[in-house]
Design a protein. Structure first.
Length: 311
């Protein structure tokens, strides 16, 4: 059994436009890092958090990393195991890129590595969902599942939990832009209607089915025309500056689709090449700058690996 480990876990794009709470994919950058050490003293301690501007709690009962690790330890019958945790945030908090998910997944992968891979990554998903419940009040899996499994993931059912990893075109790139404005996940979720029109539900079901089929068939055109959201995007887009202007820019410059990442404010475009993705991010950042909004940009292939041990 190892005494210490350092782990990276990737950011994720949840919902993927039409798949609210049921679709997500991982990207190579950004992500979070966790260093975990075994100690002789019982209990979990968070010794350091960097990159969070003091926003995250050191209290192990209130931090998503330590809380989910404690659920894991309870499950394996070692609730008093002594651990020290360092969390290094390498991505913005509240960005819509699965910030809490990346931290939680890094912690769970770290403890599972220290325990010699006692559980599979798939088996870690329910513990990661506990972290999401602590972070935003609802234990959704569309960030933590792709962060743990890599690639595109479909949550077919929550009760019982039924999660599938989907194939996808290997050349697919994500152009991600994070406008530095505040859109808290809880607030964005509170805006969503609890009831929808039947015709809108039918449209959305067709789009989700089309997107999944497009991923299987590696059909870019089908992927693109299926990524339409008539339920969530019209409401959440209100919170994102220049959303429709950015969408028009992306689509006019080679993107096959455009939408909100998670609850926002980050937006993403799927592209057929790295060059197109880089061009799209540059155009979107320029547009935001003209509106006086700072932004960060990331260009990444879909991450097929999930979390990993780093030196």
């Amino acid at each position: 059994m190892s005494a210490s480990v350092k782990v990276f876990a990737p950011a994720t794009v949840a919902n993927v436009v039409c798949g609210f709470d049921v679709l997500g994919f991982a990207i190579n950058a950004p992500g979070d890092e966790v260093i975990m050490r075994r100690t002789s003293s019982p209990g979990i301690r968070i010794t350091k958090i960097t990159g969070d501007e003091g926003k995250l709690p050191l209290d192990p009962k209130k931090n998503t990393v330590s809380s989910s690790v404690q659920h894991y330890l309870n499950h394996i019958g070692q609730p008093e195991l002594g651990l020290e945790i360092e969390l290094h945030k390498k991505m913005p908090i509240g960005s819509g890129l699965g910030s809490s998910s990346a931290s939680t997944v890094a912690g769970l992968f770290a403890i599972n590595t220290l325990m010699d891979g006692l559980l599979s990554n798939h088996d870690l998903i329910p513990f990661a969902m506990k972290g999401e419940e602590l972070a935003c009040g609802y234990g959704h899996a569309d960030n933590v599942a792709p962060a743990l499994l890599g690639g595109f993931v479909l949550i077919r059912s929550y009760e019982p939990l039924d999660i599938l990893r989907l194939p996808f075109p290997e050349a697919l790139y994500a152009a991600v832009v994070y406008p530095e404005v505040d859109v808290p996940t809880k607030d964005a979720r509170a805006m969503i209607r609890s009831k929808v029109l039947l015709k809108d539900a039918v449209t959305q079901m067709g789009n989700v089915a089309g997107l999944v089929a497009g991923l299987f068939m590696k059909d870019y055109d089908l992927i693109g025309r299926s990524m339409q959201d008539v339920l969530i995007e019209p409401i959440r887009s209100i919170l994102i500056p220049d959303f429709y202007v950015m969408r028009d820019l992306a689509m006019a410059n080679g993107a096959i689709s455009f939408g909100i990442s998670g609850s926002g404010p980050s937006v993403f475009a799927l592209c057929k090449s790295q060059e197109t993705a880089a061009q799209v991010t540059a155009l979107l950042q320029t547009r935001l700058k003209t509106s006086g909004i700072k932004s960060l940009a990331f260009v990444s292939q879909v991450n097929s690996e999930g979390p990993k041990v780093i030196s």
